[in-house]
Ligand binder design. Sequence first.
Ligand SMILES: *Cc1c(COP(=O)(O)O)cnc(C)c1O
Length: 433
Amino acid sequence: MSYEAYKDNSLGFTTRQLHAGYNPAEHYRSKAVPIYQTAAFELGDFDRCTRLFEYSEEGHSYVRFSNPTNDVLEKRIASLEGGSAALSLSSGMAAISNTFLNIARAGDEIVAVSTLYGGSTTLLNKIIPEYGIQGRFVENENDIESYKKVINEKTKAIYIESLGNPGMNIVDIEAVANLAHENGIPLIIDNTFATPYLLRAFDYGADIICYSATKYLSGHGTIIVGLVVEKGGFNWFNGKFPQFEAFYEEYKNSIGEAELNRSIFTKRLRIRYLTDLGSHLSPTSAFYLLQGMETLSLRMERHTQNAKKVAEFLSTHPQVLAVNYPGLSNSPYYELAKKYFPKGPGAILSIRLKGGLNAAKTVLEKVRVFDYMVNVGDAKSLIVHSATSTHFGQTAEEREKAGVYEDTLRLSIGIEDAEDLIADLKQALDSVE
Ligand SMILES: *Cc1c(COP(=O)(O)O)cnc(C)c1O
């Protein structure tokens, strides 16, 4: 028996979500990926210890830096994205915050769309400014001129999301990537709502992908995990990123130039930030995530099929004022959805209700299959009132920009039988006075 599938990136997506990055021959032929539940590894001899600590030899010493279970996870997500390297962290927010710190220093700026996940907005407008890094928000994320207005010589990245929350808006990723590259800066995308199965972000010019793997990648609502994936090939030596130039000089003799050229963003993220800010991911969580990812493509197919059916039903219900789902032909994002999401634009949608806040409360009270929960991307269907939860603390104006009104409910459509989901929403909506 030879285990070759683990390193064959020509295999299909579903095959790789089961095999990529894991060679059983290196782990007593255990077919499940073992959980290396240890804080540290025995170093061997004196010379090996030195090599590990100067990074001239790959291997594990202290688990805040790396672990074999996490290593499989990192190789698997890199394979699924077609990236050169990846890093696992303790949460989606750790992935995003560490990425920002890796790319920008005091005096730098990051340009972002204003329809971001709440935690990412807070990072950009409240937290990193305290360290001298400014977040700059574009006025209209669908107008490329808006980006140009806020990009200047201090800008070190453009940051977008593949599907906005909860308006499910879509940015023209390719156009924004081209603009970033014209300015010598990378495009970073939070692809949490789409997953590598629905959106090939690197193919459209993204350079770095961040995930809250807490959501669809894990799929079962059991863990909090973040991932960062690097495409490889971005020119970090164009004069805008002195921190990468210094890092290259410091490590070119030990890590090696080929490896640094392939994945310097990830290497610096691990050596500087994962290690010394300490957002380590537990190997047990890495194991749960690997299990979840084994069924990613199957779940996403069912999620998107169900979402389309539910969105179509909701569009016909007399209590519903509007449905935001880019898979509907009347969505302003329908054309972008067809281009970027040929397998379907995800399974999260939002609705506005004619009966306002009271109607929203009634629906939340009456649903029986949907759970009233603040997360998304679980195999089970979830519903939430955004204004009083995920977007709490924002001004009405900020909320409305993100498509959040008093009468807005966000739905994360699960993989249950679509008929049950539709019947559940129907009885809840019918009971609105
Ligand atoms: C949940 C989420 C995050 C934050 O991830 P955690 O794993 O909760 O830290 C970031 N971005 C998006 C789009 C999310 O949905």
